[in-house]
Design a protein around this ligand. Structure first.
Ligand code: NAG
Ligand code: NAG
Ligand code: NAG
Ligand code: CU
Length: 466
């Protein structure tokens, strides 16, 4: 009897401990799939982090010159930001028991670009609930606010003061607002469309190539599109949208790694394979898979504990589901779900190896909407026409045709980054979609599918050439 009671007590204790200390799983979801209660809790956690100073400690780490230099335009851009995000997520979870199971939302602008081309919405704010829910871009402070974040100023930008931004502080300097662009008159550009994202993930032959492609587009393109603090290489984490954007970039790394593992097998997917990890030199420092993750900041001591238990070498960060007690997975649906499942075969006439693949713990739902069907049919029509006309490199043709749709059939225009943005972000090229548009229009890289305007007419009721 005594033994039985003791056992009962143990079970009860275990249950209580479990509820308090561990979550069933750490699964990141799209903001669009958050319930109203999830959204409220996340915003409250961000507000608490701002009030407690941790929010700006993370900002200070990202803004440190040497740290920033290692984290951008390098072979470890994706891995550095992966650990930065996990540390931030651990911090949020630690703030109070009610936040213990919070995960970062991702900003599914791949899906929102489908909504945009399907004309369900017009500007980035009307397309993206995460932008509206995290404060939008119109509620400014009545008095002219201080607009300097760590010595960077934002002349001409409105400082948005809606929650949670009204709690934003940089150290002891509480601005109570964050500079943002005019999101209600900003449009998506084709760098953020499924077509470019797919090419960025799958057209490189080494990890450094893939990393560079993802960093340029969609990553840089999205920072530029959001503008304001988000377009600043150093202090973009002042805007909580940063974490949603970077979680999306981390989804792309997850998709890349999963598709590679499908191809070469789990045993072969090790850091010695340059498709999994590739080193580089930053300054005069050689970076390898064994290099310690670089983090320098005068306030690092405040947040160091949130990285406890994480692999602290870049090579330890290749798989998000193998990060010890900070391991996490994604719930993916729509276009990202299809990309995860079908990899290179997504949106083509190729048969995918769908049945052989595993979700490796991620929760994946395939595309299942009318807009998705229309888009995939549009893609397949281009693949069919290319086959009949014996045209190779069909993904390039798909991308070119979509660039024309964005330019001529949708509210926005396909433009380059500003010179100032390029200079700060170390971009030496024209924005990929703008370069394509120019090359189509000046005849150096014409669309080769002969009846592409009829295909656009058929699926999008607009030819795309005028
Ligand atoms: C997420 O929300 C979208 C609509 O916004 C829906 O189509 C999709 O099925 C949802 N995904 C999951 C996994 O619930
Ligand atoms: C993971 O484990 C380490 C070491 O046991 C601990 O310090 C850390 O707080 C844990 N992190 C999480 C997110 O549970
Ligand atoms: C485009 O041309 C291909 C043949 O090259 C044809 O099969 C297809 O039906 C055409 N599509 C449209 C929408 O005209
Ligand atoms: Cu960054």
């Amino acid at each position: 009897m005594e033994e039985f009671l003791f056992k009962l007590l143990c079970i009860a204790l275990l249950l209580i401990l479990n509820v308090e200390s561990a979550c069933v799983s750490r699964t990141r979801k799209a903001w669009d799939n958050y319930s109203a209660a999830d959204k409220k809790l996340f915003i409250k956690a961000i507000t608490t982090a701002m009030d407690r100073g941790f929010y700006s400690d993370f900002l200070a780490l990202h803004a440190d010159q040497m740290t920033n230099q290692q984290a951008h335009n390098t072979c470890i851009f994706l891995f550095w930001h992966r650990i930065f995000l996990v540390g931030f997520e651990n911090m949020l979870q630690s703030l109070a028991p009610e936040y213990a199971c919070i995960t970062l939302p991702y900003y599914d602008y791949i899906q929102h670009n489908l909504d945009y081309i399907s004309q369900r919405c017009t500007d980035i704010q009307s397309c993206s609930s995460i932008l509206r829910d995290l404060g939008g871009s119109s509620s400014t402070l009545p008095a002219a606010p201080l607009q300097t974040i760590r010595s960077y100023s934002f002349p001409g930008f409105r400082c948005i003061a809606s929650p949670p931004l009204n709690h934003f502080c940089d150290g002891t300097d509480c601005m109570g607002c964050v500079p943002r662009g005019q999101w209600t008159s900003t449009y998506f550009n084709p760098d953020l469309n499924f077509n470019r994202v797919k090419q960025s993930i799958f057209s490189g032959t080494s990890m450094a190539m893939v990393t560079a492609a993802i960093e340029l587009s969609p990553h840089d393109s999205m920072h530029d599109t959001l503008s304001g603090a988000m377009a600043n290489l150093f202090v973009s984490p002042a805007d909580p949208v940063f974490y949603g954007h970077h979680a999306t970039i981390d989804v792309l790394l997850t998709i890349y790694h999963k598709c590679l593992v499908d191809d070469i097998g789990q045993e072969a997917a090790v850091v010695d394979d340059q498709r999994v990890f590739e080193g580089c030199t930053v300054g005069s420092r050689a970076i390898t898979a064994a290099s310690r993750v670089f983090m320098r900041s005068s306030r690092l001591k405040n947040i160091q504990k949130f990285f406890d238990g994480l692999p602290m070498q870049y090579g330890g960060l290749i798989d998000a589901t193998k990060l010890g007690n900070s391991s996490y997975t994604y719930e993916l649906s729509g276009l990202l779900g299809t990309l995860f499942t079908d990899c290179k075969a997504a949106g083509t006439r190729q048969r995918s190896s769908r049945k052989l693949t595993s979700a490796y713990g991620h929760v994946v739902h395939p595309l299942s909407s009318d807009d998705g069907e229309t888009f995939m049919s549009w893609r397949r029509a281009i693949f069919d026409a290319a086959m009949e006309q014996k045209i190779p490199n069909v993904e390039d043709e798909v991308e070119k045709i979509m660039v024309m749709l964005y330019e001529f059939c949708l509210p926005g225009k396909v433009t380059d980054y500003s010179d100032a943005f390029k200079k700060q972000w170390g971009i030496a090229r024209v924005r990929p979609s703008k370069a394509l548009l120019d090359a189509i229009q000046d005849g150096t890289n014409p669309i080769r599918i002969s009846n592409w305007t009829s295909i656009n007419e058929k699926y999008y009721q607009c030819p795309g050439n005028k």
